[in-house]
Write a protein that binds this ligand. Sequence first.
Ligand code: GLU
Length: 305
Amino acid sequence: MNNTYKKTIENAYNITKPLKDQGELATYIPELANINPSKFGVHMTKIDGTNFGFGDHLEKFSIQSIAKVLSLALAVKFLGERIWTRIDVEPSGTKFDSLLLLETYKGIPRNPFVNSGAIVICDILMSHLEDARKEFLEFVRELSDIPDLQYSDKIADSEKATGYRNVALCNFIKSFGNIKNEPADVLDFYFDMCSLEMNCQQLAHTFSFLANGGRKFDGTKIISSSQSKRINALMLTCGFYDESGEFAFKVGLPGKSGVGGGIVALYPNNYTIAVWSPKLNKNGNSFKGMKLLEDVTTHSEMSIF
Ligand code: GLU
């Protein structure tokens, strides 16, 4: 079976690689504009521990919004259901950094994966953990088994210098009383969280607990199976901003994208897959990453539906 998976992914990689990207780098974060746009890699980790990859799968990149799933997992682990009074669980149907619906819903973000929702999660973690920045990093180190993982100051500083929309979002939410800490401190943590870097192999490994009912492959319990199921449901419905429906329609897996060009997706009780190609389509999702995953699930018929 593993050979079949490997062949399917290799074929998808070879078919997708020569496609001309229809998209752009995320230049609104200056540091991300310096990436070689032709990078392309994919890595699959199976629940039995076997794993394989192609292309630039061992080169690290900025995971950006993919980290929002991990901060949500940490918040759910410590606070459980209580967080859902502060954030909703509905697809937004808007861009990732939109201010639009915050006015309508009085400062309650539509879901934890749009920027506004992830900023509120950062605020929640800061209120409940002694040192959220440090404890979040330790949590991701445990999930990834990268003991020396660090925030990237270069990327965080680059985003801090130009993150005007996120500053606006955080202050706007604060005006409704749904940010409890100082907006500048919440944003510092948010930018650090988004600055983490991993390669496709590490990313697929990090997300394996969500393909395994909340447990790492070595058996360590991270969250309950019910919490894991809910995070997967949110990835399926909200993981790709205004293109979440399209991803469910064409790929049919829970997943999460980031503006660094990464996408991680998973098939519960089966595998995780991470793909990286930096050019983004108009919805802010990796153009080739989406294409490759569509090809993988179409040709393998390995989708949750
Ligand atoms: N740090 C990015 C931002 O806040 C994350 C966006 C993304 O990856 O979708 O704009």
